[in-house]
Design a protein around this ligand. Structure first.
Ligand code: THU
Length: 142
């Protein structure tokens, strides 16, 4: 993945974060997912008054992409802001454990996970470093 792809992904994640539905936690999360053919899908967290029903931004992005027929992915960027207040600024938002497992279904260990505060301030991980020894029922995606 090159620098311009990474910058495009970071921008998409920061932009979509404004659409987060997070009235309960006040933590707005945006995710942008890059497929192997260069398409970008975005997602936000969507909370629910029955708290466990809510979904994370990463899984929304994956669901959007998979439902359009995509199964191979290069990278995801995640960004989060408390109370969506630009004065507070973005966090290095890390994917939760459930999302790491969700990614494992579709992504190899070298799948890139970018946690971005801004276009200039971000950290890059791989799925294998964030999800070592992941559970796979048959050892590979079906
Ligand atoms: N959240 C995400 O969307 N992605 C993450 O990686 C961590 C947490 C959401 C879930 C919930 O809506 C809010 O952040 C606070 O936990």
């Amino acid at each position: 993945m090159n620098d311009s792809e990474r910058q495009e992904l970071i921008k998409a994640a920061i932009d979509v974060k404004n659409n987060a539905y997070a009235p309960y936690s006040g933590y707005y999360v945006g995710a942008a997912l890059l497929t192997d053919d260069g398409t970008v899908f975005t997602g936000t967290n969507v909370e629910n008054s029955s708290f466990p029903v809510g979904v994370c931004a990463e899984r929304s992005a994956f669901a959007a992409a998979v439902s359009k027929g995509h199964r191979k992915f290069k990278a995801i960027c995640v960004t989060g802001t408390r109370n969506n207040n630009p004065l507070i600024g973005n966090d290095y938002c890390m994917p939760c454990g459930m999302c790491r497992q969700f990614m494992t279904e579709f992504c190899d260990g070298d799948f890139e996970i970018i946690s971005a505060k801004s276009a200039e301030d971000f950290q890059v991980y791989t799925l294998s470093t964030l999800m070592p020894g992941a559970f796979m029922l048959f050892g590979t995606m079906l």
